[in-house]
Design a protein around this ligand. Structure first.
Ligand SMILES: Cc1ncc(COP(=O)(O)O)c(C=O)c1O
Length: 476
């Protein structure tokens, strides 16, 4: 593997030290680890209670026997995560890890944030479930708070349980409102895994061989691998061609993430969305912004990902960060468009559940109170800068991209050819975990690190992450 790790320059020296990540873990550090100088994890004043539950091996055995064989784990030696506090996770031995994946861009305020826990516990003690057939203040108050974060006339909220459900509903609303059927999504997108959304999802690895009709996939305005580089308008012209040649000339809508998450943290080329929104409107369609990963202040520069492109969608879908880990999603649209759901009965048993909406409202308050958007901007920009310097040091890093605390690092074995470094990606991830840092991975080829930590991530955490990545790469 040394071949792909040619050093471009020696880089800065790190404060390598003998270090274990928690007292409990001391015995676990191997002799080999003790001999190397490891980057130091920032101190954190919290010790989880002792864990007396089953071991990782026992849980794995039960998973194999009783759970779907489709479930997969990260890491050669799967991690048994038993506690979480803010940007840190703890395993069964009390060993602390820096969580730079955030439960897949979901934990935005921090694990078990006290304000969010308090809101959930208080509501759970009082009333867990009622359905929207009765009045409850939590759903109404959260809807009002969410609407206040939206531009234009986006004022009506439907609550769901997940991102898939939110996108299914959004696509159905677009079809009902326009009277057209065709939807355009972008290649390499991920929008969910139910009947309609699997059609909008555009990566073969996430599509099953079942009927998925009525969706066309436009060229991906991918600034790294895309045929037109960063020229957003050229990709938009291709989409106009798709409408002209592939549909009746009218479409129900267009759905896109401002930054593709599962697809490998790919920010749509500048100029693309405004041009495409124009084409879609001309074709009679509605524009849907999928903010499941990039919403809720994650991108730092804006609260919603679409705002960086200067567009206002007709429908916005969200999940993940909205609940900091509580299962909740939402669709927000205009009063006029929302009216179409009155044609029949639309009902969702858990949508708008008091516990979930009380938790979601607390999340919004925490983001504001703790200025997490500003933090995502400051720390995210710093982290991106440091990762970009690492790219100068290791040829295997083909691209560093993203915004705020939604960053991607793509590994390639050849920068010219952009050959995906799949095995190396898994290896570095595994080694980083051994050294106390958890990151995610994604991209069509599975060769992109996804860095989407809780938004309370600090500059010291960013340094630790980059130092551990540097240390790991230097050993290959
Ligand atoms: C952009 C995007 N949309 C939709 C979904 C589906 O959300 P869920 O897994 O909550 O159904 C995901 C999930 O990763 C996503 O990343």
């Amino acid at each position: 593997m040394q071949r792909v790790f040619r050093r471009a320059f020696s880089g800065r020296d790190f404060l390598w030290r003998h270090r274990c990540f928690s007292q409990l873990a001391q015995s676990e550090i191997s002799i080999q680890e003790k001999d190397v100088l490891l980057p130091k994890m920032p101190p954190f004043d919290y010790s989880p209670p002792p864990y007396n539950g089953p071991s990782a091996a026992e849980i794995l055995q039960k998973r194999i026997e009783f759970l779907s064989p489709s479930m997969f784990c990260f890491y050669k030696k799967p991690l048994n995560v038993v506690d979480g506090k803010m940007q840190y996770l703890f395993d069964e031995d009390g060993r602390r890890y820096l969580d730079a994946f955030g439960g897949i861009a979901t934990v935005c305020c921090g694990h078990c944030h006290p304000d969010v826990v308090e809101a959930i516990v208080n509501q759970t003690k009082r009333l867990q479930h009622s359905t929207v057939l009765y009045l409850h203040h939590a759903i109404a108050e959260f809807a009002e708070a969410l609407a206040s974060k939206m531009p234009g006339d986006l004022k009506v909220v439907f609550f769901t349980n997940s991102g898939t459900e939110a996108n299914e509903l959004a696509m159905m609303i677009a079809r009902l409102y326009t009277g057209y059927h065709d939807i355009i999504s972008i290649r390499n997108a991920y929008h969910g895994n139910a009947a309609g959304t699997m059609g909008a999802t555009a990566q073969s690895g996430w599509k099953f061989n079942v009927v998925q009709c009525g969706v066309h996939h436009a060229l991906n305005p991918d600034q790294y691998r895309g045929v037109f580089g960063s020229d957003g308008e050229k990709y938009a012209k291709d989409l106009q061609g798709l409408i002209d040649y592939g549909t009746t000339g009218n479409v129900a809508g267009f759905i896109a993430e401002a930054i593709q998450g599962v697809g490998g943290i790919l920010e749509l080329a500048p100029g693309y969305l405004p041009a495409v929104y124009g084409s879609i409107k001309k074709a009679g369609g509605l524009c849907i912004a999928d903010e499941v990963q990039c919403g809720f202040a994650r991108t730092g520069s804006h609260f919603w990902g679409f705002e960086a492109h200067g567009v206002v969608p007709d429908i916005v879908t969200m999940a993940k960060g909205i609940g900091n880990g509580i299962p909740i999603g939402a669709v927000v649209t205009t009063p006029e468009i929302a009216q179409v759901l009155t044609q029949r009965s639309y009902f969702n048993t858990f949508g708008g559940n008091p516990v979930c909406t009380a938790g979601g409202h607390a999340v919004l308050r925490v983001i504001e109170k703790e200025k997490l958007q500003e933090n995502a901007f400051v720390v995210g920009s710093y982290l991106k800068e440091r990762l970009t310097s690492l790219k100068e040091k290791y040829e295997i890093i083909g691209d560093v991209r993203g915004r705020g605390l939604m960053l991607g690092v793509e590994l390639v074995t050849d920068r010219q050819e952009k050959t995906p470094a799949k095995i190396e990606t898994i290896h570095v991830m595994d080694q980083m975990k051994e050294n106390g840092v958890l990151i995610g991975k994604g991209g069509f080829y599975g060769n992109v690190f996804r860095i989407t930590p809780p938004l309370c991530f600090t500059k010291e955490d960013a340094d630790f992450l980059v130092d551990v990545m540097d240390h790991t790469m230097s050993k290959m």
